[in-house]
Design a protein around this ligand. Structure first.
Ligand code: SF4
Length: 291
């Protein structure tokens, strides 16, 4: 692990009313994320927390007062890990995410966990005690070399194995194909791989803005030069043709395979085994307005 700056901090509360489209609360038991994904939009967090170190090299371990009235969250959706990974490798030692689950145990809260780790398996005993739980793993490639270029989380094989185990334990799973790298992410190959143990497949385009745009463009230029003109077209000239074509391709693939296909939606419930629901979160508003 290359995360060098670990500090423990006191916070009033760990629960934050969410501004995410999925609503409810978002909970981040840590500040920073050792997974250090090169495309991490959460790196903007540095601005609000006074950190000047490179993203991925620091981690604040939050200490909060025990949640006073956990039943306040009955029926609420709680997203764990919107700007950190609650199952980053340091969770094995600090157990903050586990503590949070213990404090919420007995409530009717709906949990949504976003991770790139298999450490979540440790908490299956607790997760099974909640009425509604969804665990999503981000998988945007089956190519381990590209994966290792992009993040320091566990390898894809471990993520998929964890997804299968959680699915088999009766918990709803999501394969979050995000971010989709034009010309690199093979969406259909990933769906084929996970369709037997993912209830939902979420699809999200790579969005390049802010600090990390330069790094990603330089990476494409160096490692995938043949794709560079495409990236320029999409990210410098704001052309949406690639996404429109991919959307069309995936929706007809879904129809052929008999996979339900939704746009910008968050359906609830388990899916029929082998028939995951595909949910498209591309630049929907722009694509649709342009039609
Ligand atoms: S796992 Fe998520 S929060 Fe952590 S660095 Fe990667 S994208 Fe950011």
């Amino acid at each position: 692990m290359d995360t060098e700056i670990i500090q423990e901090i006191d916070v009033q509360s760990v629960m934050t009313k969410s501004s995410l489209p999925v609503g409810g609360y978002s909970v981040n038991p840590y500040v920073g994320c050792p997974h250090a994904c090169k495309y991490c939009y959460a790196s903007f967090m540095k601005r609000f927390t006074g950190h000047t170190e490179p993203w991925g090299t620091f981690l604040d371990v939050k200490h909060w007062k025990p949640i006073a009235n956990p039943h306040k969250y009955d029926g609420e959706r709680i997203v764990i890990g919107s700007v950190t990974d609650g199952y980053n490798p340091y969770e094995a030692e600090f157990r903050n995410t586990r503590r949070l689950l213990e404090e919420l145990r007995g409530t009717q809260a709906e949990l949504m966990i976003c991770t790139k780790s298999d450490l979540v398996l440790r908490d299956l005993d607790l997760l099974k005690q909640f009425p509604k739980v969804t665990v999503s793993w981000s998988v945007n490639t089956l190519d381990e070399e590209f994966r290792a270029d992009m993040d320091r989380a566990v390898n894809i094989e471990r993520r998929l194995k964890a997804m299968r185990q959680v699915y088999e334990a009766g918990i709803r799973t999501v394969c979050f194909v995000s971010p989709i790298f034009p010309g690199i992410t093979d969406v259909k190959a990933i769906i084929e791989e996970v369709k037997g143990y993912a209830d939902l497949i979420w699809l999200e385009n790579l969005n390049l803005r802010g600090q990390f745009k330069g790094g990603i463009m330089a990476y494409i230029h160096e490692k995938h030069p043949a794709l560079f003109p495409l990236y320029e077209e999409i990210y410098n000239h704001k052309k949406l043709d690639y996404w429109k074509a991919l959307e069309k391709e995936i929706s007809s693939y879904a129809a052929q395979q008999g996979f339900p296909y939704r746009v910008n939606d968050l359906p609830y419930g388990r899916s029929e085994k082998g028939k995951p629901v595909l949910v498209n979160y591309f630049y929907h508003e722009k694509i649709r307005l342009n039609r």
